[in-house]
Design a binder for this molecule. Structure first.
Ligand SMILES: Cc1cc2nc3c(=O)[nH]c(=O)nc-3n(C[C@H](O)[C@H](O)[C@H](O)COP(=O)(O)OP(=O)(O)OC[C@H]3O[C@@H](n4cnc5c(N)ncnc54)[C@H](O)[C@@H]3O)c2cc1C
Length: 302
């Protein structure tokens, strides 16, 4: 019999569920909060094919309803550990332990925060330039961070926004030379080295500027948005399975969404796939859900 567990109820996990359920599998989805993941928190989405504009909660609730109508069983539990015992995987949660022949990990990422964002998230503070850059077309914006993520986010924004300040606490950026040269060749990019962002200034609840502390002085940059690019961490701390490969912490999967361990699949932002977006997470989920379901039917009981 086909039976799989999915860990994480964001769009990757929900897509995996839809594909596995439609192939006749029994699916148990573990989600620590409500279904929808990050998408449920996004104000407006303008790049998901078929909608020119859709609120995140609407996309998340439509996808959840579709999976539930197909028979999805959801357990609102936090997964603490995933282990392999013989031919099966053991999922240990904050409530119980369960055994499955195949598992899809779709737990996404956790973004590093500056600690000063407060209520400005979604009101000018963003963790994703590809997602939100277009809302600030032609306007001055700032990027916080000095690594490859900051360089990549700032390069994207330089093509969309007005002046792009890139504020780093370091004396230089830490990124590949070609990427860095690409950024610094843009005439609208202003690097700000050795600086701390000390405060976000608001106007009617939206970002209107940031205060930066540099060379013993505080000054204000008038920007409409602050993109925080100080890194994200894939949520994999509960995966205790020998043989799983990672790249910079992200789960490495093949073209079918399978890790190096048979029966263990992954999808969405937690994987090493490029372009971390809703449409790619759905595509990953479709593959992982389908192939995990097919694999589970081949596993004999221990
Ligand atoms: C501010 C912002 C705006 C964005 N805007 C857009 C946009 O406009 N367009 C676009 O295409 N993309 C956008 N993105 C990117 C998009 O949201 C992600 O690529 C997508 O949500 C990834 O889905 P996922 O299912 O892989 O992960 P997530 O949505 O992160 O879901 C992971 C789920 O796993 C659960 N989980 C984690 N650990 C455990 C555990 N131990 N036990 C149980 N459950 C667990 C979490 O609670 C969460 O629900 C945006 C991202 C951000 C941060």
């Amino acid at each position: 019999m086909k039976k799989i567990a999915i860990i994480g109820g964001g769009v990757a996990g929900l897509s995996a569920a839809i594909y596995a359920l439609r192939s006749g599998a029994e699916v148990v989805l573990f989600e620590q909060f409500g279904l929808g993941g990050l998408v449920a928190t996004i104000d407006k989405i303008e790049n998901f094919p078929s909608y020119s504009s859709v609120e995140g909660w609407k996309l998340a609730s439509d996808m959840s309803a579709q999976a539930k109508a197909l028979g999805l069983k959801t357990l609102r539990q936090r997964v603490l550990s995933l282990k392999k015992d013989g031919s099966h995987f053991t999922v240990i949660t904050d409530k119980d332990a369960y055994s499955f022949p195949a598992v899809v990990v779709a737990t996404g990422t956790s973004h590093n925060k500056l600690g000063i964002e407060g209520d400005f998230v979604g009101h000018g503070v963003s963790y994703c330039a590809t997602c939100d850059g277009a809302f600030f077309r032609g306007k001055s914006v700032a990027v916080a961070g000095g690594g490859r993520a900051a360089v990549s986010e700032a390069t994207y924004l330089a093509d969309v926004c007005g002046t792009v300040y890139v504020v780093t606490t370091q004396s230089e950026f830490d990124a590949e030379e070609a990427a860095l040269n690409g950024l610094l060749s843009r005439t609208n990019v202003v690097p700000v080295y050795n600086a701390d962002i000390s405060q976000i200034i608001g106007n009617d609840g939206d970002v209107a500027g940031i205060n930066i502390y540099q060379d013993g002085k505080t000054r204000t940059l008038d920007v409409s948005a602050l993109f925080v690019a100080t890194g994200a961490r894939p949520v994999t701390d509960f995966v205790n399975v020998d043989g799983v490969e990672t790249a910079r912490g992200y789960l490495v999967v093949d073209g079918r969404g399978e890790t190096a361990v048979k029966g263990l699949f992954a999808a969405g932002d937690v994987t090493n796939g490029s372009l971390k977006q809703i449409v790619t997470a759905c595509s990953d989920g479709a593959k992982a859900g389908s192939f995990a379901a097919a694999y589970s039917a081949t596993v004999k009981e221990d």
